[in-house]
Design a protein around this ligand. Sequence first.
Ligand code: HEC
Length: 249
Amino acid sequence: MKKRLFHSFALMLALSLTACNNNDTGTKDSSQQEENSSGAKSGEYAEIGSGANLVKFPEDLEKGIVFATYDRGNIHEDIYVNNREAIEAVQNGEEIPSGTVITLVGYEDGELDQYLVMEKRTGWGSQYSPEERNGEWEYQAFTPDKEVRPDNIGRCFSCHANQERDDYMNSMDQMKEFDLGEISQSKNSSSETPIAAIPTEHWKVSEISAHVNDSKDINKEESHLKEDEEKANKIQDVLLKMYLQQYKS
Ligand code: HEC
């Protein structure tokens, strides 16, 4: 827990430095990555994020399952997973299977803003340093036109690394709690049904963030443990906002 908090703080510092000095997703970050991976001799590992082109736009997105949604201010996000096997695996305490594609569809002021995709396949990520890789996940960002959006994919890795124990996923709790029974028919992502199906008790953990200050009654036994996690989540929330801000201008 503590370690994760520290990690988040360090990340926030690093990100705020880059956010202030650097308006486009430029060179500063790659030099930072070199520093981060300085333990490795240069050239030994591939640059983190260089495998992003492996991740194609998920054309069958609409056949997927919306298992989580997020709202913060004018931002709305639907999180899709491409198959129910991933949800079943997670609910059975198994690993997320190879071939899983998770897509964040982001809206700003009601308008489609971006697609963020993470995809897991056996063997992926093995070219990266053990410190930087996110298991077997690769990441890619797409514009509303489904084109690859030039981005610093290394940032996806470094922020999602905070979720290592949840297989690099932020919305693991929602996936664990998602009621697959509710979506037997309506595969057509009218987001109402899946949203209604998400049990809200679990939202507090990852949804508490900046917007809910009075988190009424969290399970008493767990609340102590969760304090650290909430702090970490709040920090992550801020980081994410900063991250999203850079595309505003
Ligand atoms: C500053 C931290 C941060 C960065 C950078 C970041 N993410 Fe995320 N990501 C999050 C958080 C936190 C969530 C949970 C949703 C939310 O809070 O909006 C998330 C959710 C996701 C999800 C849904 C699955 C999940 O983890 O819950 C995908 C897919 C995703 N991000 C892809 C990406 C991609 C691709 C990039 C890089 C282009 C990226 N992310 C960069 C923090 C980050």
